[in-house]
Structure formats: structure tokens, C-alpha cells
Write a protein of this length. Structure first.
Length: 482
């Protein structure tokens, strides 16, 4: 594969090719499970015994676990856009959680001392996913798949109350949409649930369980149809508010209101229980062997919910704790069972992986990712030389720096847009990013910086701008004066 100038797909891409693996006799069902705000170390297969995740433990034994997989951004909306299109957030110009707000860039408030460089405002970012960009759902539906979306969308504009279905999943290639809307979180995980398009459940029922049942019902009905189905099961858990049913709290604490870390452990177990119901249904329907299942997260854990060790930082940061996430893939007979693979991957890889699995031809230049099916099957690896990120924003917590990243091999270079604290880390020996090699290895840093700047240019990445030059009506909220 060779690089094509019109569209940089990570670093090295084919000028044009099709799915590289032998097409299956019958296209598989595809179940894409994405958890919200689940940290890299927050499930037992990653080696953390503080969490109880028996269903994911079994999933890891049955499939391939990727140790160096990354969300396309340290926050949710851009990662979701990348997953559904296979294109980088920088190219889509959806680069912050929706909506970006003036309050993220405001000097006022009790956290002034923690906020550096507030003379800078964000790169321009859209609050909706451009409909001119094809989605993986549209591509699969055109090939005969049934398509469904269940859970968190968060790509439908700045007004979380909107009922405009032209911005919802059903307008992006999904035949069925359950609970996908503009909301970034449910407000509460216990019914009554008040969403613009989802008010299911009896009082006190747990949203995570309700959405799992919705997924079970959908798969059962789709199986009866006889055509393969593509299901995005993007559950709202384990997003704030950190809540779980009382029976799970009781397993971890005698307190009526446990602390956040305890509630989070219970919530993760509730997530695992719900995912287990979905996986069990594939077995009960007799279609587990005919189904590709992917499990991942949209970004790192929310700060304060858990300990990210050995990674540094959490959601909203460009350190590993903000972007490195769990990812496992299972397809009996096609994906290695019990394998652990350190090949770096990123959210944009899902779209070509799914097309590859379905035996659908595609042009590699249409994507900023590469199929991971060959890696998971043990046949080959992506040919790219590097992977990239772009986050020209402050997160909701306002503690991060605006930056862009390139990872090449084991080296990771972070270019800060709002200050001069550029960083270079060797992840093979310093996964916690504690030793900045930027000044010790200037030649390597300069080479990676050059690669990154070229990628930013080719993707049309929007860079941070002086705060005073940004129109006041560009972001929601009130822009400070002076």
C-alpha cells in the first residue's frame, strides 16, 4: 500500500484497493459494542482484579485483545464520528464533545490558577456530523444488511432536547434507532428516563439493562429476517452520573451511598452484565459463530472515577489515560482466540474492518484507518507508519492543553498548540509518560513534528485561534470580554 495525497490515511495507505481477505461464504452479523468513558484498565482482562467482568473475561478468551488500541479523540463526539465514518476527527472537523462552549475557555472562576494559555480559543468544530460523508451503516445497508443503532449518538447538534430526526442515526443509514439523540448523558440511569426519543422502562428500572433488552429484542427479530445485521450497541454506561442498582452496590459496600470509586466498580459490573446478555443471545440464537463482535470505549475514564495506573491522566487529556482504550474482537474461526496483540490501532479502523469482514470492496483512500481483520486473524498487519490525533480544544474540565499527536513505533510526540511544552515519550519503556525526551532526542522530535504538521495540513485540521478573533456567536454560552 502507498500513500495517496488527497486523503492521508494515518501515514501510509493504498492508492486504491479492495478488501484484502477472502470473503466469507456468508456475510457475518456485526455487533459493535462501544462503552462510554471506560478506562483502559477498568476491566479484568486488562489485568485489573478490582473489577468484576466475567463476561468480558470470557470474551477475551474467545477473541483477540488489542493492548495498544486508541480512541480517535480524548472525548466522545469526535471518536463516535470517527467510528461511524472511518475518517479522522480532524478531517471531519468534529473535534470536541458537543457542544463546545465558551465556558471551557473562560478565565473566570475558581480554577483560574489551573488554566494556562487562555488567550487561545478553539479550532473551529462542527456540532453535527456532515451528511455528505458516507457512514459504515449506509455502506452495509447498501450491501443488504439490516442496520440498527441502540444507545448514545451525541452527534446531533448543540441542543440536547432536539427531536430533529434528520440529525439522529436513522438519517445516517440506520433502519432502527433506539435512544440515539443529541444527549451526551442520560441525566439519570434509573427510569423514568427522559430523552427526546426514549422514555422506556418502569420506575426504578436501570437504563443499562433496558438498552441491553432492546439489543436482545432487535437481534432476535433481525435473525428471523434471515439477512445479516449490523448493530451499534453504544450503551450510555459508564458515563456520569455514576450509578448502579442497589444489588451491585451491596457487593462492594455496606454504605447506602458509596463513594464514587465504589459506585464506579459497581457500574462497570452492571455494564459487563448487560454486555453478557447481548453475547448470550448470540449463543441462544445459534449465530455466535456467524457474528463479528467488537468491544471498545470512546475515550479514557472520567477523572476521579477510577485509577488509571499505569497510564497518565484521563478523559480530555492527550496522555495515554485519555486516549488508550480497551478493544477486543471475536469471530470464531476467523479471529484468533485468546490472543493478545500489541499492534497499534485507532477508531477509524473499524469501518474498513467491518467492510473487510463482510467481503465488501472499498477504496482505502476513503478511510483514515485500515482493516484490523488481518491482525486479528494472524495473517498480516496494517502497513501504515504512524497514527495521529488532533484536539485543538479545552475539555469540559479545562485542565488539559490543546494539542496534536503522532505515534510512530513506540515513540509518541505531543505538539502543544497553546504553550511550548512539547513532549516526546518512549512508550515501550515509559507507558506512564513520566520522562519527556523532547530535549534529549531533538532529531527524533523534529522528524515526528514534521510528519505531524504535514498530516494536519493534509487533513485540513482546524487550529486554535486567538480568543479575541472568534465570533461571539460561534459557541454556546457567553464569551467573556477582554
Amino acid at each position: 500500500m502507498k500513500l495517496t495525497a488527497p486523503l492521508l490515511l494515518s501515514c501510509v495507505l493504498a492508492a486504491a484497493s479492495c478488501a484484502s481477505h477472502e470473503a466469507p461464504a456468508e456475510p457475518p452479523n456485526i455487533v459493535f459494542i462501544m462503552i462510554d468513558d471506560l478506562g483502559w484498565m477498568d476491566i479484568r482482562p486488562q489485568g485489573n482484579d478490582a473489577f468484576v467482568t466475567p463476561n468480558l473475561d470470557r470474551f477475551a478468551e474467545q477473541g483477540t485483545r488489542f493492548t495498544d488500541f486508541y480512541a480517535a479523540a480524548p472525548v466522545c463526539s469526535p471518536t463516535r464520528a470517527a467510528c461511524i465514518t472511518g475518517r479522522a476527527p480532524a478531517r471531519l472537523q468534529v473535534t470536541n464533545h458537543i457542544p463546545d462552549r465558551w465556558s471551557f475557555y473562560d478565565r473566570r472562576g475558581p480554577r483560574d490558577a489551573e488554566r494556562r494559555g487562555r488567550e487561545w480559543g478553539p479550532g473551529k468544530s462542527s456540532h453535527v456530523l456532515d451528511k455528505s460523508v458516507p457512514t459504515i451503516a449506509q455502506k452495509l445497508r447498501s450491501a443488504g444488511y439490516q442496520t440498527a443503532f441502540i444507545g448514545k449518538w451525541h452527534l446531533a447538534g448543540a441542543d440536547w432536547r432536539t427531536k430533529d430526526t434528520s440529525l439522529f442515526p436513522e438519517s445516517y443509514g440506520f433502519d432502527v434507532n433506539i435512544a440515539g439523540n443529541a444527549m451526551g448523558g442520560p441525566g439519570t440511569f434509573f427510569a423514568p428516563i427522559r430523552m427526546p426519543n426514549y422514555e422506556n422502562g418502569k420506575e426504578g428500572e436501570y437504563l443499562t439493562d433496558l438498552l441491553a433488552q432492546d439489543a436482545v429484542d432487535y437481534m432476535t427479530n433481525a435473525h428471523d429476517d434471515g439477512r445479516p445485521f449490523f448493530l451499534c450497541y453504544w450503551t450510555y454506561t459508564v458515563h456520569y452520573p455514576i450509578e448502579a442498582p442497589a444489588d451491585l452496590y451491596a457487593k462492594y459496600s455496606d454504605e447506602t451511598e458509596p463513594d464514587m470509586a465504589t459506585r464506579y466498580r459497581a457500574m462497570v459490573e452492571g455494564m459487563d452484565r448487560a454486555v453478557g446478555r447481548v453475547l448470550d443471545t448470540l449463543d441462544e440464537l445459534g449465530i455466535a459463530d456467524d457474528t463479528l463482535v467488537v468491544f471498545t470505549s470512546d475515550n479514557g475514564q472520567m477523572p476521579g472515577s477510577s485509577v488509571a495506573d499505569p497510564l497518565r491522566a484521563a478523559k480530555g487529556y492527550l496522555y495515554e489515560g485519555g486516549i488508550r482504550v480497551p478493544m477486543m474482537m471475536r469471530w470464531p474461526g476467523r479471529v484468533r482466540a485468546g490472543a493478545v496483540d500489541a499492534t497499534p490501532g485507532i477508531s477509524m479502523d473499524f469501518a474498513p474492518t467491518f467492510l473487510d469482514a463482510a467481503g465488501i470492496e472499498y477504496a482505502n483512500e476513503d478511510f483514515d484507518g485500515e482493516s484490523l481483520l488481518g491482525v486479528a486473524s494472524g495473517d498480516d498487519a496494517p502497513e501504515r507508519d504512524a497514527i495521529y490525533w488532533h484536539y485543538p480544544h479545552y475539555c469540559y474540565h479545562g485542565k488539559n492543553d490543546m494539542g496534536s499527536i503522532v505515534r510512530r513505533g513506540n515513540y509518541k510526540y505531543i505538539h502543544h498548540h497553546d504553550n511550548d511544552d512539547h513532549e516526546l515519550f518512549d512508550l515501550s519503556s515509559d507507558i506512564g509518560e513520566s520522562v519527556n525526551l523532547y530535549k534529549k532526542e531533538p532529531a527524533r522530535a523534529a522528524e515526528l513534528q514534521k510528519m505531524l504538521m504535514e498530516w494536519l495540513s493534509r487533513t485540513g485540521a482546524q487550529l486554535p485561534r486567538p480568543y479575541g478573533e472568534i465570533p461571539a456567536d460561534e459557541l454556546p454560552g457567553k464569551k467573556r470580554q477582554g
